[in-house]
Design a binder for this molecule. Structure first.
Ligand code: NDP
Ligand code: 2IT
Length: 448
């Protein structure tokens, strides 16, 4: 059977088994569409039905999360953990707390995580979880009670050699702390069961910075293939959370100028650049006071566009770092028309398929999420190593390892794209290189 007939049949099966889960379908389609030449070269993957297996999570956990607010009123949320693939190591991937969370979103994230973690070459399988809980507007005590209730159920499914969750949208240091405390009480174990922990109780230096820094390191490698650097480049960045903050910090260090930030309400445009002093204001505003990005415009007297995303603003490089499908085909066309030469995805699946088509047709340097934002989970892997050693590495050591991992991921994607006849297409390269390592491990492990 021809390779595309096989992948088409698998795709149809995915749609049938996961009706209405459009984000999951989107993520699966992108990977399957990249695999044609791999399956032709490796009939053993076809014989063993590796593709049919890889799209089906190994285990899916869905549970009730009851909690009480400060007034004593009761609430019920839904909790999830999709343990997608453990061929390369314990399930690993973040937890997302956001009102839009559902099975489709977490399956797309868990599926992509499998290939992303493979690209890091660290021993990590893939998983993702979370809840439709909205931490916005909740007190610290409410968030704590929610996290405790969530972990009361989750703790029976995870462990440092089984499944190691971390942060994602709506889950940062505060939430990881509350969940770790509850895990420890119930299981009577102080272990590396979560990453993104605070430094004084088992966290790793550079983990908070890692996704943003890693994305910029990856983009730097892409620029080098065209003998370019970040010096003087104007960059648009979306979001204002963890990934965005450290993307901007690293861009500043490398001589670029970041000019936008956003949240789900709107976008600020600061043509003079978001320098380190302004960034310090953003960190305090978002991470401590938990305010809105509009305050930046009020504080520094710059433009704020309610309900807008940053993609209409002229830039050399764009860093989508907020959420899935935040750049559609029209946005991508605007970027191209405005002379944008690079898109590096800090967020997961921020570009629609139509946007990706625009990048590829117009030969934009395109760093797909599962490669470009892998620095976060890679540094989580380094946190796991340090926890196992019961040691902590110096900042320079972690940063250097992160940097080398990002250089190596770029190289893998670049070389896989060449090998499989798609030179320069890092999306194909990432999907292929990520897939092959997992597929080989699955073959070795028999009927898994
Ligand atoms: P945070 O919760 O710290 O920040 C999320 C940011 O994105 C906020 O500014 C938020 O705005 C905005 N945002 C979230 N949802 C939407 C939406 N539906 N529409 C518009 N804006 C939205 O999350 P992170 O920075 O950790 O995550 C950002 C992205 O990076 C996600 O796609 C995540 O999966 C990905 N990622 C994160 C990693 C990590 O280590 N944290 C690693 C790899 C990828 P608002 O406050 O208004 O909701
Ligand atoms: O999407 C991601 O890679 C993350 N949210 C980080 C996962 C992790 O385990 O550090």
């Amino acid at each position: 059977m021809a390779a595309n007939t096989i992948t088409q049949a698998v795709y149809e099966q995915v749609i049938q088994r996961n009706p209405g889960e459009v984000e999951f379908h989107q993520a699966v389609k992108e990977v399957l569409d990249s695999l044609g030449s791999v399956l032709e070269k490796h009939p053993e993957y076809v014989d063993a039905k590796i593709v049919d297996r890889i799209v089906e999570p190994e285990r899916q956990i869905i549970f009730r999360v009851p909690w009480q607010d400060d007034k004593g009123d009761f609430h019920v949320n839904r909790g999830f953990r999709f343990e997608f693939n453990s061929a390369l190591g314990p399930y690993k991937g973040g937890l997302r707390f956001h009102p839009t969370v559902n099975a489709s979103i977490l399956k797309f994230l868990g599926f992509e995580q499998v290939f992303k973690n493979s690209l890091t070459t660290l021993p990590m399988g893939g998983g993702k979880g979370g809840s439709d809980f909205d931490p916005k507007g909740k007190s610290d005590n409410e968030v704590m009670r929610f996290c405790q209730s969530f972990m009361t159920e989750l703790c029976r499914h995870i462990g440092p050699d089984t499944d190691v969750p971390a942060g994602d949208i709506g889950v940062g240091g505060r939430e990881i702390g509350f969940m770790f405390g509850q895990y420890k009480r119930i299981r009577n174990e102080f272990t590396g069961v979560l990453t993104g922990k605070a430094l004084n109780w088992g966290g790793s230096l550079v983990r908070p910075e890692a996704t943003g820094y890693g994305c910029v390191y990856f983009a730097e490698e892409m620029l080098k293939t065209r003998s370019e650097s970040f010096e003087g480049k104007v960059c648009t960045v979306s979001g204002s959370g963890n990934v965005t903050q450290y993307t901007v910090e690293k861009l500043n260090q490398l001589g670029a100028k970041a000019v936008t930030l956003s949240d789900s309400n709107g976008t600020i445009y600061d043509p003079d650049g978001i320098d380190d002093e302004k960034l310090a204001f953003v960190l305090d505003m978002k991470n401590v006071r938990r305010g809105r990005i509009k305050e930046y415009a009020e504080k520094f007297g710059v433009e704020y566009s309610e309900g807008k995303r940053p993609w209409g603003i002229k830039c050399d490089c764009a860093f989508p770092s907020a959420t899935q499908n935040e750049i559609d085909g029209n946005d991508a066309k605007t970027l191209v028309d405005n002379g944008c030469m690079l898109v590096a995805e800090g967020a997961n699946m921020p570009s629609t398929p139509e946007a990706i088509e625009q990048y590829i047709e117009n030969k934009i340097l395109y760093g797909p999420a599962k490669a470009a934002n892998a620095g976060g989970v890679a540094t989580s892997g380094l946190e796991m190593s340090q926890n196992s050693l019961r040691l902590s590495w110096a900042r320079e050591e972690v940063d250097e390892r992160l940097h080398n991992i990002m250089i190596a991921i770029h190289k893998q994607c670049y070389e896989a794209a060449e090998e499989y006849g798609q030179p320069g297409n890092l999306m194909m390269g990432a999907n292929i290189a990520g897939f092959v390592r997992v597929a080989d491990a699955m073959l070795d492990q028999g009927l898994v």
